[in-house]
Structure formats: C-alpha cells, structure tokens
Design a protein around this ligand. Sequence first.
Ligand code: VG1
Ligand code: CO
Length: 548
Amino acid sequence: MKPEIIKVPTKPFEGQRPGTSGLRKKTRVFMQPNYLENAVQSVFNVIRETAGDFGQHMLVIGGDGRYYNREAIKIIINMAVANGFGKLLVAHGGLMSTPAVSAVIRRRGALGGLILSASHNAGGIDEDFGVKYNIHNGGPAPEPVTEAIYEQTQKITEYLTISDANVDIDREGSTRIGQTQIDVINSLKDYCELMEELFDFESIRRLFASGFRMTFDAMHAITGPYAHHLLEERLGAAPGTVVKGTPLPDFGGHHPDPNLVYAADLVARLADDNGPDFGAACDGDGDRNLILGRRFFVSPGDSLALIAEHAKDAIPAFRDGLAGVARSMPTSTAADRVAQELGIKFYETPTGWKFFGSLLDAGLCTICGEESFGTGSNHVREKDGVWAVLAWLSILAHTRKSVEQVMREHWRRFGRSYYQRHDFEGIDTDAAARMIAALREKIPGLNGKDFGGSKITTADDFSYTDPVDGSTATKQGIRLLLADGSRAVFRLSGTGTSGATLRLYVERYLRDEGVSDVNQILAPLLNDAKDLLRLKEFTGRDKANVVT
Ligand code: VG1
Ligand code: CO
C-alpha cells in the first residue's frame, strides 16, 4: 500500500549547526515538536542534491540507546519513507555502535546513515541527545556538508513524513511500506564479522586460555553486547569479563566517558592485587577506548603510537605495513616518531574524526587517533573502541608481555611524550569567548618569548588544508610550539551542550625512558599556559574538572 505523504509546515530553529561531531543539545530541546524533524529533513534536502532519487538508495539508522533513542528512530523511519528511500537498514532495538554503523554503511553500500548519539555526554531526559549524519564512505559528513546542512536548517519550511510506519524495531526482518523496504538488521553481525577478518582470533583465544584476565567496562552503553559476544563468546574470556554490559537509557546515571575520572571503578579494579591483567572501557556510542594495565594508564597518544609500532607484526590486517599515521593536532606527537622510524607518511589534522576520512579514502594513512581516547584504522571511517581493545589484545597476545612492559619498551625505544589534557567545564560562554579572543590577539607577539622553561618558536591558530580535496579549516586551536619540542594547545570544545569547555593540552617530550613524574614534568608548561590565558581572571577558575 502506498502511504500518504504528509507535508508538515515548520520554521527554522536557531543553533542547529553541527559541532565537532554532529548536532548535540539537551534531550528536551530535541523533544520539542519539529526539532529533530527539521534537522533530519535538512540532511535529506542536502544529500538529495547529489544523490538524486532516494528510491535507488539505502539509509542506515541506529543509535546508542540513550533516552529518546527509540522515539527518534521511529520519527526518522517515518520521514525516510516519506522522503522516498528505497531501503532502510534499522538497527535491532535501535541499538548500534557508531563504528558498527560505519561498518554497515560500507559493507552494504548504503548512501549514508543517521546515528542517534551524544557519545560520551551523559544521557537522560535532562541530559544530552544528538544526531549525526555519516556519508557513503561510512564516516562523519565533512565540513562542507555539515555547513550545507546547517544552512538548510536556517531556511527550512516543511518536512515530509507519513502517519506511522509502525515498524517493530525489536524484531529482525523485512517489511515494505510503499516503495521503501525496511530491514531490521542484527546490530552485531556486520561488525563482528569485520573484526574477525582483521584480527587473529586464534592468537587472542590462546592468550585468554593461558590464564590472562581482563575486565571490559561497557559503562552501561552500547558496547556491552559487542564485547560480550566477541570477548566472552568468541575469544574465550572468562564469564564476567564484561561489566556494566547492559545498555541503559541513562547509562546508569554516569557519564559514559572512558577516562580516569569517569571510569574510576575500572581504575580501582586494576589497582587491586587480585585485579585483572588488562582493563578497557568504551564510551556511550562505542567509538572511544580507555586502555589500562595493572596500576598503569596508557595515555591515548601513546596507545596510538604503540599500535602503530606493533601493527605489522601483531595484526593480520596490517601484514603489509601501514601507509601512514594521522593524529589530530592536540594529540601528543608520540605517533609522529613511530611514523618517522617506520618511514611512513604522517598527517596532523584538526580535532574531529571527520578530518581523517579523506586521508583514509585516498589510502594516505592506515591508523588514526585523537588524544580524546579515540583510535581507529581504515577498516571503518570512525574511531572504534572495541577495535582498539582487540588491537591491544593482539599486541599482548603476540608479545606475551604486560601492558606496562610493552609501553616501557616503547618509551625506551622512542622516548616519551609527557602529556595531559586539562578540561575546564561549565565556563561562562561569553567569558570563554573573550578569553580566547584575548589570547588570539597576543599570537603575533609571542615568538621568542620564554615559556614553560623553553622558548616559543611558533605561535599560531591552527589551520588545515586537506591534502586530497584542498578544503580548508581555520581557527582549529591556538598552539604554541617551543624550542625543546614541547607544546601547549588551547581550544574550546565543540561537543558540549551548556556553557563552554576550555581544553588546555600540554606536552613535553623527553628521551628519559618514561620514568619521570608526569605532573612534575608538565607543571611549568601548565602554569605558564594558565597565566598567558589569564584563566583565573576571565573564568575565576584555576583547577580543571577533568585531567586526562
Ligand atoms: C571531543 C574530542 C574530539 C572528539 C569529539 C567527538 O571534541 O576532543 O577529539 O573527536 O569529542 O568524540 P571537543 O570539540 O569537545 O573537544 V565522541 O566520542 O564524543 O563522538
Ligand atoms: Co563517542
């Protein structure tokens, strides 16, 4: 039966510009009549310009299970039918991790996908919600596309929907409404098959069989079912390896953000004398990862460097070596040295995974990472938390050394980037803007100045030109490069939903085998960075909420 298409008149909402990773707002903002609908119709209007007739195309729909996920998925199904898509691939229960959506888009040749998530932000009716569009390569829409979508949101007059498709998203199978086939697909299948293609499962199975113990903390977010299936059912990890494995709409009331502060439970387990050998956690939508050894934290920049170092030997997918490594600008320079040593290409991009897509598509790089607990490779076009865990397991299985041992050996070989990110959350938005503007004004006069025990050799506001398509991004963070190789970077977050968050990143490289105290090493840089910023004066703050 042909459904009746309803044209609903609507008016633009202010502030629907996507940030670092999609449009994120308070859940109640998204629950207002027409808010999500405007955002989704704007995506459709933009992609129709290049895709033409949607009747030929497939759209993937999934989310991280947070509050409002199911309602949002129903709204999108109705709108996608009304907009004439040939086929919808809807995640079973509406649940699919961000990297799994990326995998499904790629493996099944979809036009793109809509992901309902605010990632590491808290969930619930009074917390955060989000929506993000990923393009046919499986990756986040690049800036020219997100800008076009934003422009659409500012002039939208109507959206299309049908009365209700009434699809049972809790039952796998196929239904047809008018010209649209709606397949409710298994949330794990494509992704888990891909993991098996990339990694040597037998080798990891032998590691677990030898008595190796791990704890995987899914933070009551999307990766629970993936980790349970892969680690416990497929790789032989002991039952109970996965904790907080059931996705909950409010993530159990916590921030599903895998760092030392929000994953403190896991950190405590690894500090116990009878604790496991290896600990890992993933975020709300499954694209971030935290890696821990016994009483040992692996900084994300080091994790990227270590995976790059061992990839060829430990991971079958990289048997032929890596084409290159890419990292976002604020990420530590540890991976640069590995790339140099391996004689492979190296790229520095702005913050946000969307900037890696074109490099990966062009085959210029193979492994990418960000300091914000994001690591991934060319297997999808998103960072991938479970992938990073399997990469680490592969390295531990291959070397049969502890997390701390492999990391210390890495530092002995390459030296160590002492690194920290200090987040100052909930700052007044205007004060934050004024503070950054004041710093920006100082940039031209900073060259040659003393800073953090060294001298500033470069001070700039990072801008980037994509080497493949020539597109540019400006004002991507203020950075100070020092004569001794140290760095300080200042930028405002693009993923928050209330107030502003300042991120202050400091790094100092030493060839000292990694034995120094990170706080002590970084203190001079941190103090000078705060002074230069006049942090206290503008914000009344001196101490960060979260240090990672
Ligand atoms: C943060 C991180 C950035 C990451 C982004 C999305 O952005 O710093 O590295 O790509 O979150 O991650 P910002 O603009 O707040 O610094 V996720 O896991 O929230 O999609
Ligand atoms: Co995420």
